[in-house]
Design a protein around this ligand. Structure first.
Ligand SMILES: Nc1ncnc2c1ncn2[C@@H]1O[C@H](COP(=O)(O)OP(=O)(O)OP(=O)(O)O)[C@@H](O)[C@H]1O
Length: 454
């Protein structure tokens, strides 16, 4: 059976006897897979097998060792090359090692033992590199937020498509939506699905930083720039260099700082407070807000020019109550996650429990659903969740048609039916039953364009 962790070694040696001796000796180690070549051309033909190590005889009749080394390095820089030569010339050794050789061994009676030791050392390095590659792969999988963003509803499918579009470019993205709808998750999904995913993802929540500290938080400061600036501090823009900067609650940014942010976004460079040095920055910006920024522009609390600079690719997160069956998919997923984490057996939702969930408004959206399901897992006994196990603190609110601007009776009617259609995945029959009205009335209103089914 092939040993997946074997160190793959190619020997290039024109002296057949010496080459065979090395091959035999190294093959004594079951962790080595050894192949021998006596001409550089033959070795190059097999380089696609990606050996971990090549031992290279420096004096070859066909090609000088330094040329072979250069060619190997051009094809694959990851292959470690150990030079073996009769030449005891230190200058050659130094120039080969600076040219990319891993080590240089002089051909004498100790060669095989020294080579043995070099290879043991190399096996460790190659093993560590492979482990790092596996771990990096795992981390990037763990950070593949699109796998964690759960949803099958039409509106979430649209969000996934937009995340895909945003990930493929460096366009600024603005995510809006009520609290707990997953705006930060979207920002992370975009970052970790983009080619910046090995660089930092930095979050700054504008609402969480005292107003007077925001500038220094974003752009950094030099020591002594202001009272309290006892050391130099790098700002979040610099920290996010080559990665993504997520500016959460951007609507809370003080108007006095908005002009500065706009300048930075236009010039793509920052200056730390108290410094004259201009530092170029390369960051992708994702902003989020639960506010209607256009409304803020009209109220003159948000600069219009900054608004247009930030809007980029807009992604509007739908409230959970408009995601139809996603409520139950998410609920089951949160329930399973909690049970698995606490090593209790998984539970099912009874039809009545499911109904209780879909009838609730979820003002706190997905975040609220997660907390409710965690509490449910604790409260329920047995393997089926009943409605009583689901503790909803706020009383269920059907619709609040009286909130907001005044409407005609007909408009209220349309608003209520639309709300139910959105909630129940445009299932006209179900909505008609729930509202105790004729399904033909609903169909007529859809036909006339009063109600949306898309
Ligand atoms: N589609 C989803 N699938 C799975 N979990 C989700 C989804 N959307 C949100 N969540 C979970 O809901 C919680 C809130 O998500 P997140 O912080 O991204 O929301 P937000 O809109 O940024 O909230 P806020 O506006 O309050 O900052 C997190 O625990 C997240 O894991």
């Amino acid at each position: 059976m092939k040993n997946q962790n074997a160190l793959r070694i190619f020997i290039l040696e024109d002296d057949l006897w010496y080459g065979s001796m090395l091959q035999h000796y190294l093959s004594l180690n079951p962790d080595y897979e050894v192949k021998r070549f006596d001409k550089p051309g033959d070795l190059f033909n097999q380089l696609h097998e990606n050996p971990d190590v090549i031992t290279l005889d420096y004096f070859m009749p066909d090609m000088d060792g330094s040329v072979v080394l250069k060619k190997i390095r051009e094809i694959n820089q990851d292959i470690k090359v150990v030079i073996i030569s009769g030449q005891e010339d230190l200058r050659t050794a130094v120039s080969l090692v600076t040219g990319g050789a891993f080590d240089y061994i002089v051909k004498d009676e100790d060669t095989k033992d020294r080579l043995w030791n070099v290879l043991l050392h190399l096996k460790e390095i190659v093993g560590l590199k492979k482990k790092i590659a596996v771990l990096e792969e795992e981390v990037s999988k763990r950070n593949d937020y699109s796998k964690y963003l759960i949803g099958k509803s039409e509106c979430m499918e649209k969000i996934f498509a937009l995340i895909g579009k945003a990930s493929g470019s460096t366009i600024t993205v603005s995510v809006t939506g009520e609290t707990g709808t997953g705006k930060e998750m979207v920002a992370k999904a975009i970052h970790f699905n983009s080619d910046r995913n090995k660089k930092p993802f930095i979050t700054v929540n504008m609402a969480a930083i005292p107003r007077e500290l925001v500038e220094s938080e974003l752009f950094g400061h030099e020591k002594g720039a202001f009272t309290g600036a006892v050391t130099r501090r790098i700002g979040k823009f610099e920290e996010a260099h080559m990665g993504t900067l997520f500016l959460d609650e951007i609507g809370e940014l003080d108007i006095s700082l908005q002009a500065k942010l706009l300048r930075v976004l236009q010039e793509r460079e920052i200056t730390r407070i108290g410094s004259n040095e201009v530092i170029p920055i390369n960051v992708r910006i994702v902003v989020a807000t639960h506010r209607d920024l256009m409304e803020e522009v009209q109220k003159k609390t948000f600069r219009e020019d900054l608004y247009y600079r930030l809007i980029g690719l807009p992604i509007k997160m739908p409230p959970l109550r408009e995601r139809g069956n996603d409520i139950l998919i998410l609920a089951k997923s949160f329930l399973d996650q909690f049970c698995d984490a606490n090593k209790i057996s998984r539970k099912n939702l009874s039809p009545e429990a499911a109904r209780k969930l879909v009838q609730y408004e979820f003002p706190g959206n997905v975040r609220e659903l997660r907390s409710i399901m965690e509490l449910t897992a604790v409260m329920s006994e047995g393997d089926t969740v009943q409605p009583d196990h689901i503790m909803i603190n706020t009383p269920p609110v059907a619709v609040h048609p009286m909130n907001g601007k005044e409407r005609t009776l007909r408009e209220y009617e349309v608003q209520i039916i639309q709300h139910f259609l959105d909630r129940y995945d445009k299932d006209v029959l179900l909505v008609a039953r729930k509202l105790e009205m004729g399904k033909s009335t609903i169909y007529r209103m859809i036909q006339s364009g009063e109600l949306r089914t898309k």
